[in-house]
Design a binder for this molecule. Structure first.
Ligand SMILES: O=C(O)C[C@H](O)C(=O)O
Ligand code: SF4
Length: 507
């Protein structure tokens, strides 16, 4: 098994950096449905660009390389302990090489293990089978979309849809609702893996298992095939669109599996995966551990990478450089495209909590906070950013308005939007929320020209406060200082559309 560790390392690197062809085709189909010049079309161009950059740079597509989850099937007699050991070593190596972000955090004390190893991480599941080769698959599913997973216990009442009973139509309603509740926060357009039945644990396992299916396969159970087709067609009518910007494509895939259940329970478990749907697999020789075949390689890569046409857009384009004045911020309106040059500071969960009761080592007056946990490497004394897309901003909702006022911040960059409390603070204080394209970690890393400093390294690399000098960093104003929020608008209109799916379809 001398090749085992190297094979596992390659599996990790490829999964993190090279989006599978079935996903590329689904993104191309999404692009073809959007009209040129819309916000969703622009976001899809950035996503496409990013996919190519990740491939070329052999760097993470998204900075959140997720919870590495391995599924390994082995012939009887293969030593699974050795495979586990090889996976641990490969994970550690891939982290040191900047192909995985250090993502394993002690839940009680907050320290990051730094190498992606820790209690329960990575996840490795083994199965034995009668075939004479090893099948190893890996999914890297990030935390933002993981937070949008949802489990329904039928019967239940659903916002917009009314009662969902213990039948196919009740399940249909849950799936429409699951897509609605994710909005753009899990980096739509997403893919849902669904587990019907089981218990709370096995239902979610089944849902995640579905994410290993090819986007182009057909469900062998006719009722489920019909349901998958229904959800694909109709969830795309909700108008949530890429990143929740509004648009024609909200869902890239729907894959449903079914287990028996207990008489008293009826769970519908939904695993929501972002567009950065990173899962690959290999077949290996059980004697040497050598890769004999890559999985998910069938078909063509149809994703069109050509530079986007300079189409007329309705959006105004404004250049900002910190420190920003209140007057400059009050000029901005939802829909404006902003290009940022100069400094911005990263800050996410640990920093926001800390700043509530403490001072900041940097004068944030007039400055920009970027909700981002980058992949960073040290070359000698110099830090370089390897991947740096936005994280889901709504987690900072309890803090953001207060922090903004306390330190005099003028702009916050993130993704997925924020809530009513932040919107009120933007209006009162004179601030703006800028939406960057989630998952476009290579695209934004290229805009970062220098790391000028770092504070709070004790929080771990993703949570530290990185001082970044950027050039040409583009984001869209989605919440302004006049009480407007694109996120609130899209949420409202998609809820109205959702309620059009109230009537029974599957009798
Ligand atoms: O942790 C991150 O960097 C991003 C996360 O996956 C998110 O979607 O919020
Ligand atoms: S930032 Fe978006 S693309 Fe990246 S893991 Fe999170 S949900 Fe997925």
């Amino acid at each position: 098994m001398e090749k085992l560790q190297e094979s596992m390392y390659q599996l990790i690197v490829e999964t993190s950096t090279n989006l599978p062809k079935d996903v590329r085709r689904a993104i191309q189909r999404a692009k073809e449905r959007e009209s040129a010049g819309t916000r969703s079309a622009m976001a899809l161009d950035t996503i496409t660009n990013n996919i190519k950059m990740a491939d070329d740079n052999i760097s993470p597509i998204c900075q959140d390389t997720g919870m590495p989850t391995f599924k390994v099937k082995t012939p009887v007699g293969v030593n699974q302990l050795r495979i586990k050991e090889a996976i641990y070593k490969a994970v550690e190596q891939a982290t040191a090489d900047g192909k995985l972000r250090p993502n394993s955090v002690d839940s009680l004390f907050g320290n990051n293990s730094g190498n992606n190893l820790g209690a329960g991480t990575p996840v490795i599941k083994f199965e034995q089978w009668e075939n004479d080769y090893i099948d190893a698959r890996l999914i890297l599913k990030g935390g933002g979309c993981e937070n949008k997973n949802i489990q329904y216990s039928l019967p239940c009442e659903l916002e917009g849809l009314g009662r969902a009973g213990r039948d196919l139509d009740g399940i249909r309603k849950c799936l429409m609702h699951a897509v609605y509740q994710a909005q753009g926060q899990g980096c739509s357009a997403g893919v849902i893996g669904v587990g019907i039945g089981g218990d709370r644990t096995s239902g979610y396992e089944l849902a995640k298992e579905q994410l290993f299916r090819s986007l182009d396969d057909e469900n062998s159970i006719p009722e489920l095939r019909q349901l998958e087709e229904y959800v694909m067609e109709n969830a795309n009518k909700l108008g949530i669109g890429t990143m929740g910007f509004g648009g024609e494509t909200t869902l890239l895939g729907c894959k449903i599996g079914v287990y028996h259940r207990l008489p008293a329970s009826f769970f519908v478990s939904v695993a929501y995966n972002c567009w950065a749907y990173r899962r690959l697999g290999i077949k290996m020789n059980p004697e040497t551990g050598e890769i004999t075949e890559w999985l998910y390689q069938e078909g063509d890569d149809t994703l069109q990478h050509e530079a986007p046409q300079e189409t007329e857009t309705a959006q105004r384009e404004i250049v900002l450089q910190a420190p920003i004045t209140e007057d400059q911020i009050r000029e901005l309106r939802v829909g404006d495209v902003v290009t940022i040059n100069g400094m911005m500071y990263t800050g996410r969960d640990a920093l926001h909590k800390h700043l509530m009761d403490n001072d900041c080592p940097v004068d944030l007056n007039g400055q920009i906070i970027y909700h981002c946990g980058p992949v960073v490497m040290k070359d000698g004394e110099k830090w370089t950013i390897k991947a740096a897309g936005p994280t889901t901003s709504i987690r900072e909702e309890p803090y953001q308005g207060d922090i903004m006022k306390k330190f005099g911040l003028r702009a916050v960059i993130g993704k997925g939007g924020m809530g009513a409390k932040t919107l009120a603070a933007l209006q009162e204080h004179g601030g703006v929320y800028l939406n960057a394209i989630g998952g476009a970690a290579q695209y934004y890393a290229e805009c970062i020209k220098d790391v000028e400093g770092v504070d709070f390294m004790q929080f771990g690399i993703p949570e530290a406060m990185w001082h970044l000098r950027v050039e040409g960093f583009k984001a869209v104003v989605t919440m302004d200082s006049h009480g407007n929020s694109l996120h609130a608008d899209v949420d409202k209109s998609s809820l109205e559309k959702l309620s059009q799916f109230k009537e029974p379809v599957f009798k």
